[in-house]
Ligand binder design. Structure first.
Ligand SMILES: [Zn+2]
Length: 424
């Protein structure tokens, strides 16, 4: 049965390429959330023709949702005769902006050297196309099964997923009994399974001073110097300590197998004047944005307290030091057990298609799995898809056509395993 299914997928090569190109050519750039409606409709219409029941769910009231930029999600479901498990493929339809440095049209879907180029080719329209062809091929083969297969195309993953998977999860789309197993075809390499991600804490620190004439700084109190003291403490105490905090999570790349802190932005001082000259004043406020990533061994409360303790130390030791700290976003780490059915099914299928066992990895950054775990309360979730992780968000992003084909076979075989179809 698999031989015939895999041969059919090989025959679908051109269809797979065309579908990937069609998706790339709808520039669903987020922010602001361009083109969600046409992209969702394009996927929905196609899956309807293939026999799926299709619904569109707009995340009304979600961050960024407006009539100009509606957060439109599509969910397609194929129910077989008889009850059974449901396997769901979830892909985000949004892409980040193209940016500079492209040698081809970022929204053209150019083919060269057996690769498809374009923004989203790797992250993750190639993966969405693979999941569509995988499920269509199962139906075209006439394989009998119980249960259901679903595909969703969702908004806003690149901005936190609040108008996409989080919204749908709140409506029960990612919970039992509707769904049992979720595969997210993110670009984590064709031979790897991603079982989770580190946690995230974004926070804003603000330091305060006193405004005065810039020619007499001693009459004021410089908020930027106070922030300098914060950054010095980070350099001398916090960053070396984080670098030594190793995690047992199999995070890739290796450098992210620890706790990390990025100083994401700094804003200080009064605005520059129209002619570009600096303000002639001592700045009375400065803001620093922190992007702290933490593994499963660290507790979010400890992560926060550690930074607050550094700031409180400065309040005691540094004259005039005053600060405020605001939470901006928090995401807990997530990890699917290695013996989950979805992990076993995808691992067996990778071994079968590629002839070698997969590597189990954890993503350094978070993705929509968090909402499926936390809101949907579903642990049966992983990320698997074609595309090389390092190419995501880069100029000249591409996906290897051979990886698209191989991952389509893995997705199809995994689906049959999870649906309990005996594989002869
Ligand atoms: Zn992605």
């Amino acid at each position: 049965m698999l031989d015939s299914l895999f041969a059919r997928i090989d025959d679908q090569r051109d269809a797979l390429i065309a579908l990937t190109q069609d998706l790339i050519r709808i520039p669903t750039v987020n922010p602001p959330g361009e083109g969600y409606l046409p992209c969702a409709q394009f996927l929905g219409e196609r899956l309807k023709r293939s026999g799926f029941d299709v619904s569109y769910v707009r995340a009304e009231g979600a961050i960024g949702d407006s009539d100009r930029y509606p957060r439109t999600n599509v969910v397609a479901r194929y129910d077989a005769d008889g009850a059974g498990h449901t396997v769901h493929f979830n892909g985000h339809i949004d892409v980040i902006e193209a940016g500079l440095g492209w040698s081809v049209d970022p929204f053209g879907g150019t083919i060269s050297n057996n690769r498809i180029y374009g923004r989203g080719s790797c992250d993750m329209k190639g993966g969405i196309a693979a999941s569509v062809i995988a499920l269509e091929s199962i139906l075209a083969e006439g394989i009998r099964f119980h249960g259901a297969m679903e595909i969703s195309g969702t908004a806003d993953e690149e901005s936190g997923g609040f108008g996409g998977v989080a919204y749908l999860a709140r409506q029960g789309f990612f919970s039992k009994p509707r769904v049992d197993h979720v595969i997210i075809p993110e670009c984590l390499n064709v031979d790897r399974i991603c079982i989770g991600h580190r946690g995230v804490w974004w926070a804003e620190i603000e330091t305060f001073g006193k405004i005065a004439h810039g020619s007499m700084p001693f009459l004021g109190d410089c908020a930027i110097r106070h922030m300098g003291a914060v950054m010095r403490a980070f350099e001398e105490e916090l960053l070396p300590s984080l670098a030594n905090r190793r995690t047992g999570m199999p995070v890739v790349p290796e450098g992210a197998r620890r706790s990390t802190l990025n100083l994401a932005a700094i804003h200080g001082g009064l605005p520059e004047q129209i002619d570009g000259l600096p303000s002639p004043n001592v700045p009375d406020r400065c803001r620093l944005m922190l992007d702290r990533r933490f593994p499963i061994e660290e507790d979010l409360a400890d992560v926060k307290n550690e930074i607050v303790a550094i700031l409180d130390d400065l309040t005691r030791s540094r004259p005039g030091f005053r600060y405020k700290i605001n939470d901006v976003m928090e995401v807990l780490p997530t990890l699917t057990p290695e013996d989950a059915d979805v992990v076993k099914a995808v691992a067996a299928s990778i071994s079968q298609v590629l002839g070698k066992p997969p590597e189990l990895i954890v993503s350094p950054g978070s993705y929509d799995q968090k909402h499926i775990h936390r809101i949907g309360n579903l642990q049966e979730c992983l990320a698997y898809g074609p595309g090389i992780l390092d190419l995501a968000h880069q100029p000249d992003e591409y996906v290897e056509i051979d990886h698209l084909i191989a991952s389509t076979k893995v997705m199809a075989a995994s689906t049959l395993r999870l649906l309990g179809v005996p594989l002869r």
